[in-house]
Design a protein around this ligand. Structure first.
Ligand SMILES: Cc1ncc(C[n+]2csc(CCOP(=O)(O)OP(=O)(O)O)c2C)c(N)n1
Ligand SMILES: [Mg+2]
Length: 308
């Protein structure tokens, strides 16, 4: 049976992520957002279910498509919008932008435009947790395309050898830019992980926040006991790879697969709850946008701080 209180909590955060990204779409033509954006619309349930299952003191290392993980881990909305605007009060003083969101105060340690580059950082953090004792874990979040990078394989090997508490979390939207997974990969992720002695699981129901949460709770328990784990979650990217538009006119995919996902998407299906929660969340977003608008541009000294 669905736990209503948990469902509502997850739904609220997922809706906040979607409304934030819809606001980004609305603002983008104004050119106030000084950064390329990779929207996670369609993928919110993954960020929300995963972060809800993790503990506040667990660390997450993510990708350029991480507005959802930033918000779900508890990052501040006003500092996020100021960052997108390239302003002084942004999380990184306006120098990092959408692709490099971080919120170390709540455990989002970093994200990067370089595919797969934060995976070894998560393994390193997990090694440090192991050496210090305790049961904190680190999660490496990455797309299906990132698993083709050499560093993914090196990270699996090292994590398996050292038995470090790292959760490898693959957001499988089936795409790397415009390229479909079956023409890129000769392996299945969970079978591949097994070759390193790492257990794993694939979850097909990536639209279902409660299922994602439950799968992550089970995976995290395994990791907390001192073993790496690969959790692969199927999901769907509705918008273009980068930018705020759609990309069906490129004819590399049809609307069918996305439409099938939308028919199960709680943020569409549960229209009543959307209507109930949206006004309050839109006010929260209004305040964050106003904060960004009021924040000054960084000065020369601020621009040169923390970059070398
Ligand atoms: C090391 C590296 N190689 C190539 C690129 C170009 N690139 C940017 S996104 C991307 C696709 C990545 O796909 P995936 O990991 O599945 O993430 P998704 O965009 O689907 O979330 C590529 C190849 C890059 N940014 N970094
Ligand atoms: Mg992908």
């Amino acid at each position: 049976m669905k736990d209503e209180a948990i469902y509502r909590r997850l739904f609220r955060t997922a809706l906040l992520i979607r409304l934030v990204e819809e606001r980004i779409i609305a603002l983008y033509p104004s050119d106030k957002i000084q950064s390329p954006v990779h929207l996670s619309i369609g993928q919110e349930a993954v960020a929300v279910g995963v972060c809800d299952a993790l503990r506040a003191d667990d660390l997450v290392f993510a990708t350029y498509r991480s507005h959802g993980f930033y918000i779900a881990k508890g990052g501040k909305l006003d500092a996020m919008f100021a960052e997108l605007y390239g302003r002084k009060d942004g999380i990184s003083g306006g120098k990092a932008g959408s692709m490099h969101l971080a919120a170390p105060d709540v455990g989002l340690m970093g994200s990067s435009a370089v595919v797969a580059s934060t995976i070894p950082h998560a393994v390193g953090a997990a090694l440090s947790f192991k050496r210090r004792g305790g049961d904190r874990i680190a999660a490496a979040v990455f797309g299906d395309g990132a698993t083709e990078e050499g560093v993914y394989h090196e990270s699996l090997n090292f994590a398996a050898l050292m038995r470090v508490p790292v959760l490898f979390l693959c957001e499988d939207n089936g795409l790397a830019v415009h390229s479909h997974r079956p023409i890129r990969q000769s392996y299945r992720l969970i079978e591949h992980a097994a070759a390193y002695g790492i257990a794993g699981r694939r979850l097909e129901e990536g639209w279902d926040m409660l299922a994602v949460r439950q799968a992550t709770l089970e995976a995290a328990a395994h990791v907390r006991s001192g073993e790496p784990f690969v959790l692969e979650i199927a999901t769907s990217r509705y918008k273009e790879h980068v930018g705020v538009g759609e990309d069906f006119h490129f004819n590399y995919r049809t609307t069918d697969s996305v439409d099938a996902w939308k028919r199960r998407d709680p943020l569409i299906v549960d229209a009543k709850l959307v209507a109930e929660l949206s006004p309050e969340l839109e006010r929260e977003i209004d305040a964050a946008v106003a904060y960004a608008e009021a924040s000054p541009a960084p000065g020369r000294l601020e621009l040169l701080t923390d970059v070398i």
